[in-house]
Design a protein around this ligand. Sequence first.
Ligand SMILES: NC(=O)C1=CN([C@@H]2O[C@H](COP(=O)(O)OP(=O)(O)OC[C@H]3O[C@@H](n4cnc5c(N)ncnc54)[C@H](O)[C@@H]3O)[C@@H](O)[C@H]2O)[C@@H](O)CC1
Ligand SMILES: Nc1ncnc2c1ncn2[C@@H]1O[C@H](COP(=O)(O)OP(=O)(O)O)[C@@H](O)[C@H]1O
Ligand SMILES: [K+]
Length: 519
Amino acid sequence: MHLVTPESMREMDRRTIEAIGVPAEVLMERAARGALDVLLTHFRPSPGARIGVLCGMGNNGGDGVALATMLDHLGYHPVLVLMGTPERFGPEAQRFHKVAENLIGDRHQLNGLDAAGVRHALSSLPPCQLWCDALLGTGLDRPVEGRFASAVKFLNEQPAPVFALDTPSGLDGRTGQVLGICTQAEVTATFGFPKIGQLLDPARGFIGMLCPIDIGIPARVRDAVGVEAFALDADWLKGKIPARPTHAHKGSVGKVALIGGRAPTTGALTMAARGALLGGAGLIFPGTDPQGALSARTIAELMPRPIFGDAGELHADALSQLLDKSDTLVIGPGLGTDQAARQALRHCLTATPRPTVIDADALTLLAQNRDLFQAACDLAACVPVVLTPHPGELARLLDRSVDEVLSDTVAATRELLARISAVIVHKSAATVVAASDSPLGLNRTGNPGMATGGMGDVLSGLIAASLNDHPDNPWQAAAIAVCVHGLAGDAARKKVGTRATTPGALLDELGGVWRRFEA
Ligand SMILES: NC(=O)C1=CN([C@@H]2O[C@H](COP(=O)(O)OP(=O)(O)OC[C@H]3O[C@@H](n4cnc5c(N)ncnc54)[C@H](O)[C@@H]3O)[C@@H](O)[C@H]2O)[C@@H](O)CC1
Ligand SMILES: Nc1ncnc2c1ncn2[C@@H]1O[C@H](COP(=O)(O)OP(=O)(O)O)[C@@H](O)[C@H]1O
Ligand SMILES: [K+]
């Protein structure tokens, strides 16, 4: 699924109309017809049902008017409500409105009414079985207040479900934030391509089911304007898991060293190591302290090496030997942030370069130590480096508050990308995967059951294994791991429910996900 910013979508519309010559009303008609199909399929209104269509005065309102005429044609009873006078519509919407004037008797105009007046007028209408929200679309350019806020509140208070045209009114299609107030939709039919913000939070909570409508933007227009992001989901994953050559051996499919797991957080590294193991790595060497090694030994396939002593001190020679054995590195899960942890990280970042996943405590160390961050930048200049911050870690790396990061997750991810030429996996319920030479990946897999400690550790191991499968495309390697991780989480939830979706339950489902997608 291609994703765009509202600005790009507007530009694609413009070029399709001006450069290709598709009349604007044709696009509007396609949008309305697509929305009609979704409405009929999803809501199955009863014959003759009253269906409210609440329209703003831009083209989103025009879509609503066009939809109302189609509903009338099918024998339903559209209740068409305009926020202003039809003269304020653009030429295409005016044309549809002329038709509506001749067809639809139940028409209302709320021009000249203040917020209370809008509320009163809407509340006086007889109840509808369904409400269509055509108030505001990609033209939203300021917070929703006053009369429009009143209309949104009315929709949200109705017992009837709300069907949003293009977007629930009030959502910022770029960031996914609510500007003022926003309608709560059960289904959203989005026109052209889904907008990036629609896959982010909090937007996802307002959109309900997202149904993209093909309005016939030509591929050449799409490619000329450029698609900014892809949704990472089962469709995207298809065909991306390569067959393993028959002559593969344990030394050819990824030797992964993992550094961390020091007491008392020994389990973190073991979970990351299991991620690497079930991600397909051939040999796995956890480098940890004596207690961490005990934890790792509970998994027979792992070959832990103590690289920290009983007093927590780093044994640099042991670390060097471990690195020499491996071709991919994960550093951070359960590493700690003391001096020995710092030394270990510096050692790893300045040793012979190898593809490296930097996670958890190692990210905190990068945030605290400018020289270590510079070493990571230097490493990223010569080999693939993947940073996997959650919002808290990203905030630390950017020296911002978590709220600032959450207010525009994509911008925050890009801000880090401007400082280090790595792959950034910004983990959350809607994980963003970014690299400077690739589009964004927005993950659609996974579920709230995955809000359990250790899930991120599993992911870092999976990414390391995936880097071996996709050595020339670290963005794709990371995106595949993120998508697979979420799909395994979804399979686990299906089997054991949301609350018992532990990292262990997710690991148990990885095999099923691979079997489904492996070439
Ligand atoms: N040819 C096209 O461009 C197509 C556009 N389509 C529809 O057109 C929509 C975009 O149309 P527009 O660009 O006219 O924009 P909108 O219809 O989204 O709204 C723009 C109008 O609302 C006002 N507005 C913005 N924020 C407001 C706020 N917070 N409170 C009150 N008023 C506010 C603006 O000043 C402007 O007058 C899309 O979302 C889609 O529904 C579709 O018909 C497909 C084709
Ligand atoms: N609500 C959710 N929906 C989808 N994925 C989630 C959700 N909550 C957490 N996850 C995933 O679980 C992982 C949590 O990682 P992280 O915060 O680093 O946890 P930990 O440090 O405990 O391992 C991330 O990959 C994140 O995307
Ligand atoms: K809308």
